[in-house]
Design a protein around this ligand. Structure first.
Ligand code: SF4
Length: 344
């Protein structure tokens, strides 16, 4: 029988486990300490628990860490790791070093339901939600784990479509009994699921990034089917009415597609719909994916777009492209791996 994994459990879940296996209540905090503050691989290493307690725990539980199965390195230092999840699925995790920062980009689902037209992960369809264990294992089992300074939930999947496990993982990352990271080091990105966005805002203090890509309803529907049921107007309304503290940041991700969403008309409408919201727009160059009809505009157009937004009073930045020589577009590597395995 497969044992349940302890890594990825919140303190409350650990308390429930200690009750179930009849360990004293204080053991839960000790176990959390071993899981999130010390780098152990086995229950046997929890030396401040008695031998009997470790045996009781080991009957049904294991730590549950798993190393990446593959890695590619870009000439710019970015690395992409592949992890095996849900038995036979693959997810990608990116490690992005940048001067004194080192960011990990984690996946929250295998595949994705959202079907964004420009996304390789969207083409895979939905294969399953990752558990908090599988989300945080990407962090803990990264060889560069100790050097990480920031974390973004911008890998495969829609985090707010797996909100319970994502919130659990954020709980572990930001609580004093867990990794104790400041929430300002973590950003969760969403296409804007209106049902879950408020839950996320109320139950976490981490930054929010919303994938916008067009301020126009008909255009956004073509790019992102989610717009049919969760309009960006509703998302902006929720954000406008939420009381953000001064530390918390809201940003809008905007992938530029040549001739589609890069015109002065778009700048004007963006300025109109974001009027009065303290936010920034992250302009992202489109990384072409096979058989896509979309392309990135040239550098001059991208800079002009940013400057036009700045001139309208909107803080806009251009995100540096990273890992272009190793398939920067999210979902490319895992798709290759899955196709390879189908052929064997
Ligand atoms: S862009 Fe994000 S939400 Fe859209 S299909 Fe890709 S992974 Fe899913």
């Amino acid at each position: 029988m497969q044992k349940e994994k302890l890594y990825g459990k919140t303190l409350n879940e650990l308390i429930a486990i200690t009750k179930r296996v009849k360990l004293p209540g204080f053991a839960a905090k000790q176990i959390a300490d071993w899981l999130y503050k010390k780098e152990i691989q086995t229950i046997g290493e929890m030396t401040n628990l008695s031998k009997k307690m470790r045996e009781l725990l080991s009957n049904d539980y294991e730590i549950g860490l798993s190393a990446p199965v593959n890695m590619t390195t870009s000439s710019d230092g970015t690395k992409k790791y592949l992890f095996n999840v849900l038995n036979d699925k693959y997810i990608e995790t990116a490690y992005i070093p940048d001067d004194d920062r080192a960011t990990i980009c984690v996946s929250s689902q295998a595949g994705c339901k959202m079907g964004c037209i420009f996304c390789m992960t969207g083409r895979q369809g939905f294969q399953g939600n990752l558990s908090s264990n599988e989300i945080l294992n990407q962090f803990r089992s990264l060889p560069e784990f100790r050097s990480l300074t920031n974390m973004v939930y911008m890998g495969m999947g829609e985090p707010l479509d797996n909100i319970n496990e994502v919130l659990k993982s954020l709980d572990i990352m930001t609580n004093e009994w867990g990794y104790g990271w400041s929430p300002t080091r973590i950003t969760v990105s969403t296409v804007g699921l209106t049902g879950s966005i408020r839950e996320f805002l109320e139950n976490s203090r981490c930054h929010l990034a919303v994938s916008l890509h067009s301020p126009f309803d008909d255009e956004r529907r073509k790019l992102m089917p989610v717009q049919r049921t969760n309009t960006v107007e509703e998302v902006i309304d929720i954000i406008r009415n939420f009381d953000f503290n001064s530390q918390r940041r809201v940003s809008f991700e905007y992938i530029l597609f040549k001739g589609i969403n890069d015109t002065p008309r778009h700048v004007k409408e963006l300025a109109r719909i974001l009027n009065g919201i303290k936010c920034r727009i992250n302009i992202i160059r489109f990384h072409h994916i096979p058989e896509s009809i979309y392309f990135s505009p040239d550098d001059r157009t991208i800079i002009n777009f940013k400057e036009a937004l700045n001139a309208k009073g909107i803080l806009a930045t251009i995100r540096a492209s990273r890992g272009e020589d190793i398939g920067a577009a999210c979902g490319l590597l895992s798709t290759l791996e899955q196709n390879k395995n189908k052929k064997v």
